[in-house]
Design a protein around this ligand. Structure first.
Ligand SMILES: Nc1nc2c(c(=O)[nH]1)N[C@H]1C(S)=C(S)[C@@H](COP(=O)(O)OP(=O)(O)OC[C@H]3O[C@@H](n4cnc5c(=O)[nH]c(N)nc54)[C@H](O)[C@@H]3O)O[C@H]1N2
Ligand SMILES: Nc1nc2c(c(=O)[nH]1)N[C@H]1C(S)=C(S)[C@@H](COP(=O)(O)OP(=O)(O)OC[C@H]3O[C@@H](n4cnc5c(=O)[nH]c(N)nc54)[C@H](O)[C@@H]3O)O[C@H]1N2
Ligand SMILES: [Mo]
Length: 765
């Protein structure tokens, strides 16, 4: 490792002392309202805060820049269709603080590298394009023109377009995403890694293979009327708080909820709905009826154990397996059911980490209910066997015929607010030939056919100096990706790194030889182009496409929209007479017309998206049309994951605190989990602590040892917590240096950031 790469790429220590209290058992309520108000007051101008919050997630307003949870189709709350964490996302983007060339003149890169992620984010909005010269100590201002020509010159000098990497995070609008992928393909590569590669890729792969569409099948109404919701590997109280409204409705309609999660998350226990006075004053709504604290990665074992029971009961008493559905709509049942009958039930129970009685209780409800939905998020996708997790979920739903009918189906809960839309628009390293054919036909380009690089291979290519240009359309590639030291070296190997961003983050500080920051408008801001006011469109977690129109004055007159950045760059870089980049940039309706011609499901886009609540995209699985290789929904056979754990070691999962949005740190508290003032913590089982002689608040180092390579993070604090034995939890991104670059999901290549084997060592002073 060279010396330069040892600096500044890891999150530095926060000086404050961590405080530990009892975890909460109720979520939202008054504390959430207080916290929202505090964020608005501290970081925004109050009139802006009020104006913006009343427009967030409203018809004709803007889409919350937080998560991808859908808005109700019909009535929306007049006092606010948002949550505490939506307000934090708003305050983060609409902050009154700004940074410009003076700021960068004052603070060198070396100094900024010592700031925590919280301090970097809170420095303010980026307001002008900045350039870091080779060997430079400070960013300096640069004109947009010069910045674009620098990028174009670098790209034109590469010996192959495949030496360039074009990353996308998930906030980019449909319009910007469509043009960005068009630019990249016209330039000549499919190297389009995106945050999805680290997020729900396992869901996309697992679902496409088994039910023929890589998206979920349910709508919000289905959640409301479901009789049994199973929530696996997801913490909605923090990451999708508006989902709690839907869970409350489901409960009020008589539904039951099972939560499968190593941690007892407050958001899944009891909910005080801030929009309902009665609920706020009372005890709130009790949500989870059966809590199943699986061992980390015990989900395949749990699902197999449940299915063993279902098949056993089918033989004993019948009426459990939906044979009519299976015969008409599925294939592979015989082999699958044989494999489950031959599975070792006792071993499955053991590996799940759950009590046999609890599994039996879950299986009884599953056998008795007709309308079953399974929701899931990162606790299932970020495992070596992430795709198998999804296949087992599908197996269970198919057994019960619980897909493609009201109140039943698959519900992968997406992360970034437009991550699903970006994929629909073609941001993907493995595009379908039919999509490329369309681009060629409409735009007269030669679209490259060879698949490009996803996140992990892209990092490896930069590390091996096979790629030397990196551009990020949003996001924070350095801190979001695994193996921080390795990724830092990879980025530093590049000649030029370019970040299109709204806020300062660590990826601006660990760069290629030269670097550019291109500051852009955010979702909340007014976007005026030559033809007048523009709006953009996004797709939520349930496949509804709708418009989003900012309401606030832009943070600076120098900002460009993402659409305009892509179009200006394309005009410098490409010779594509059939693509009207200028017209696209002047009027976003023109982009939507082009999308309507290129992407299935978008006919008449401009009219349909002007309906305030938006429109649903076609979804085969929802209608029992399974577009798989055989035209049927497919049962799969998976094997039990290996869960061997060396005696002294622990299984570590990286999770989000209540005060962060991925790598953006809103604050240093995790209110629901009772952790305050610090993020460098290791949540540990109390009995393990007693047996191993750890004390509360003790400072430790944590290392992973994968294929002979030791990775280390230093000075974390032990927090006793209700977590299964030998399992521990740490926060992302502080723990990312421990995630080995080569440890990823087998079929989807998603980094396995929920299961790292670690050793914990005392700090010897
Ligand atoms: N406020 C806020 N909102 C967000 C985000 C944010 O950072 N902050 N991020 C957005 C993004 S991009 C995403 S993808 C989503 C993420 O939303 P989540 O997936 O809810 O986020 P994580 O914190 O990664 O949580 C995973 C949950 O899975 C559990 N878990 C971990 N390992 C296992 C396992 O092996 N089995 C089971 N059954 N459970 C497990 C953890 O205990 C935790 O409760 O949220 C989105 N929304
Ligand atoms: N260990 C571990 N690693 C993980 C995860 C985990 O659970 N554990 N989760 C993974 C997941 S699910 C995801 S999705 C990724 C997230 O990875 P990313 O999407 O790359 O990361 P973010 O932190 O969401 O990106 C934040 C930055 O985006 C920029 N930004 C914000 N809004 C906009 C906008 O409107 N336009 C533009 N151009 N820029 C904007 C800001 O500059 C901000 O600093 O991280 C992954 N990494
Ligand atoms: Mo995500």
């Amino acid at each position: 490792m060279n010396k330069k790469s040892l600096q500044g790429h890891r999150t530095p220590q926060n000086k404050e002392q961590v405080k530990i209290s009892e975890p909460a058992e109720v979520s939202v309520g008054f504390k959430a309202i207080l916290s929202s108000l505090q964020h608005m007051r501290s970081f925004m101008d109050m009139p802006d805060a009020l104006r913006a919050s009343l427009k967030m997630n409203q018809k004709g307003g803007f889409d919350c820049p937080g998560c991808a949870w859908p808005d109700p189709d019909d009535e929306r709350s007049s006092i606010g269709e948002y949550c505490e964490n939506g307000i934090k996302a708003l305050a983060e983007e609409a902050t009154k603080k700004k940074i410009d060339a003076k700021f960068f003149g004052k603070h060198s890169i070396e100094e900024l590298q010592k700031w925590t992620d919280y301090e970097l984010g809170k420095s303010g909005r980026l307001t002008e394009p900045m350039y870091l010269a080779e060997g430079g100590k400070h960013y300096e201002s640069i004109s947009w023109e010069t910045a674009f020509s620098k990028i174009a010159t670098t790209l034109n000098q590469l010996s192959s377009p495949d030496e360039a990497i074009f990353y996308t995070s998930g906030r980019t609008s449909n319009e910007a995403a469509f043009l960005y992928q068009l630019l990249v393909r016209a330039y000549g590569t499919n190297n389009m890694p995106d945050c999805s590669n680290m997020c729900h890729e396992s869901s996309g792969v697992g679902l496409s293979e088994t039910v023929g569409i890589g998206k979920g099948s349910v709508t919000l109404q289905d959640i409301h009327e479901s009789e049994l919701l199973i929530i696996m590997g997801q913490n909605p109280g923090t990451n999708h708080p508006r989902m709690l409204n839907a869970l409350e409705k489901c409960k009020e309609n008589g539904g039951k909820i099972i939560a499968v999660n190593p941690l007892v998350e407050a958001g899944l226990i009891r909910y005080k709905n801030p929009q309902r006075v009665g609920k706020m004053l009372g005890k709130g709504t009790h949500l989870t009826d059966l809590y199943l604290p699986v061992r980390i990665n015990g989900d395949v074992a749990f699902l197999k154990a449940v299915m063993c029971l279902l098949l056993r009961w089918e033989e004993e008493r019948g009426g459990v397996v939906d044979m009519e559905f299976i015969e008409e709509y599925t294939d592979g049942y015989e082999d699958f059911s044989k494999a489950i009958r031959e599975a070792d039930f006792e071993q499955c129970v053991l590996e799940s980490g759950l009590e046999r009685e609890a599994i039996t209780q879950a299986a009884e409800w599953i056998a008795a209910k007709e309308k079953i939905i399974i929701c899931w998020a990162m606790g299932l996708t970020q495992h070596v066997n992430g795709v198998d997790n999804i296949k087992e979920i599908v197996n269970l739903l198919l057994l019960r015929g619980a897909i493609g009918k009201p109140g039943a189906g698959t519900c992968p809960v997406r992360g970034h607010s437009n991550v699903q839309g970006d994929r629909t628009m073609g941001v993907w390293e493995a595009p379908k030939p039919a999509f490329l054919d369309k681009l060629e036909e409409i735009f007269s380009i030669n679209a490259p056919r060879e698949h490009g690089l996803a996140v992990v291979p892209a990092i490896k290519a930069m590390h091996a100096k096979q790629a030397s240009f990196f551009m990020g359309m949003g996001g924070n590639f350095l801190s979001a990706t695994p193996d921080t030291d390795y990724t830092a070296e990879a980025l530093q190997n590049c000649d030029l790194t370019v970040q299109v961003s709204t806020k300062l983050n660590r990826s601006h500080l660990v760069t290629g030889k030269e670097a550019l920051i291109l500051p852009c408008l955010g979702r909340t801001e007014i976007d005026v182009q030559k033809s007048g006011y523009q709006f953009v469109t996004v797709e939520n977690s349930m496949g509804i496409v709708h418009s989003s129109k900012g309401v606030l004055e832009p943070a600076s007159s120098m900002l460009k929209s993402e659409v305009s950045i892509v179009c200006s760059l394309a005009q410098q870089l490409l010779d594509t007479p059939k693509i009207e980049w200028q017209a696209f940039s002047d009027n976003y309706d023109k982009i939507r017309d082009a999308i309507a011609k290129s992407v299935p499901g978008f006919t008449d886009y401009n009219n349909k998206v002007r309906i305030p609540e938006g429109f649903y995209l076609p979804n085969g699985a929802r209608d029992r049309q399974f577009k798989t290789a055989t035209g049927k929904a497919r049962f799969s056979i998976t094997s039990l994951p290996e869960n061997e754990l060396p005696k002294e070691d622990y299984i570590m999962m990286t999770i989000r605190s209540h005060d962060q949005y991925n790598t953006t740190i809103y604050g240093n508290d995790d209110r629901y989990r009772g952790i305050h003032n610090g993020r460098r913590v290791v949540l540990m089982n109390e009995q393990d602590m007693r047996e191993e002689g750890w004390t509360k608040g003790e400072h430790v180092n944590v290392s992973s040892n994968y294929q002979g390579k030791k990775r280390l993070v230093e000075d974390f604090v032990i927090v006793p917590y209700r977590i299964p034995s030998r399992c521990v939890a740490m926060y992302f991104p502080e723990a990312n240096p421990l995630v080995p670059i080569d440890l990823f999901a087998r079929e989807s290549h998603t980094p396995a950031s929920k299961k790292i084997i670690v050793s914990i060592d005392k700090i010897i002073v």
